[in-house]
Ligand binder design. Structure first.
Ligand SMILES: C[S@@+](CC[C@H](N)C(=O)[O-])C[C@H]1O[C@@H](n2cnc3c(N)ncnc32)[C@H](O)[C@@H]1O
Length: 269
């Protein structure tokens, strides 16, 4: 049985490796989840005969591909359209009442996973802003998992799954159906750039963002890394701009310079 083969010693090594790459510490109680997620690579009929082989490939840097595969397998990428709807109500309010006509509108979906968050931002913007403003809108979606970024770029989602998440008006206006999939229209896709970015590494931005969505990712980090990420993002938000974290996430015990508003929304004053 694979559970027996992944010793605590090796699990701790995987945990250290994952921490060095992502800033996320895999806790011991997650061992069985990790075994499950690695099952497709490890075993007699798989790419790596045992966990030791996988670990060796990772640390020897045999191929960067193994590292991506490992990160893709371990990260939790669950997401859906208009998740935590209150934040999209805030975004509508922002576009209609707070945003003042300017040369650009820049929104970052940090840890965007398969793209539903970035597309929900784009749909909200198109519903609220006139075309003259939409032309100035740039949405950036970033993630550390290369798998999810591919789905995000394709903008193609299982019809049966997302039909329940989107009302028929939105489907009609912003998607088209192909076989079993709903695909985001090019007009929506053209508003978003998806890129690989590790929240723990350097950020390559030269311009600030009006709003940063950093939702349902901090929950995986310990306080020290959460504080590091929140303070790293701070200079990249415009004065008067916003940081939005997940409703179930908290900044308790974390030092930062944002003003905390309602619903896990933070303002840079
Ligand atoms: C649960 S999803 C959240 C998706 C979306 N923000 C939402 O709220 O639905 C968390 C995402 O964070 C990404 N992630 C984890 N660690 C990361 C890191 N160090 N840098 C960038 N993205 C990371 C994962 O790959 C995953 O896609």
């Amino acid at each position: 049985m694979q559970e027996e083969i992944l010793s605590d010693r090796l699990f701790n090594k995987f945990s250290d490796f994952f921490f060095n790459k992502t800033g996320i510490r895999l806790k011991n109680y997650k061992k069985y989840l990790i075994i499950n997620r690695l099952a497709k690579f490890v075993g007699a009929d798989n790419e790596f005969k045992n966990y030791e082989d996988l670990y060796k490939a990772l640390i020897n840097g045999d191929s960067q591909e193994s590292v991506y595969k490992f990160i893709n397998a371990i990260t939790t990428n669950f997401s859906f359209f208009f998740r935590e709807k209150i934040h999209f109500d805030f975004l509508s309010h922002y576009f209609k009442n707070i945003y003042k006509d300017s040369n650009s509108i820049r929104i970052w979906s940090a840890a965007c996973s398969t793209g539903q968050e970035a597309y929900s931002i784009a749909i909200t913007a198109c519903d609220c802003l006139p075309n003259t403003q939409i032309n100035k809108l740039k949405i950036l979606g970033t993630d550390i998992s290369t798998n999810v970024l591919n789905t995000a770029i394709e903008g193609s989602y299982d019809y049966d799954k997302i039909e329940k998440q989107l009302d028929s008006r939105i489907i009609k206006n912003y998607f088209h159906k192909k076989d079993k999939f709903l695909i985001a229209n090019d007009s929506l896709k053209s508003l978003i750039n998806f890129r690989y970015l590790n929240l723990m590494s350097n950020y390559p931005f030269t311009k600030e963002f009006d709003i940063v969505f950093l939702r349902n990712v901090l929950i995986y980090f310990d306080n020290k890394e959460k504080e590091y990420i929140i303070n790293k993002i701070y200079p990249y938000i415009k004065q008067g701009g916003y940081l939005i974290i997940g409703l179930s996430e908290s900044t308790v015990g974390i030092k930062h310079n944002f003003k905390s508003l309602k619903y896990s929304i933070y303002k840079k004053e």
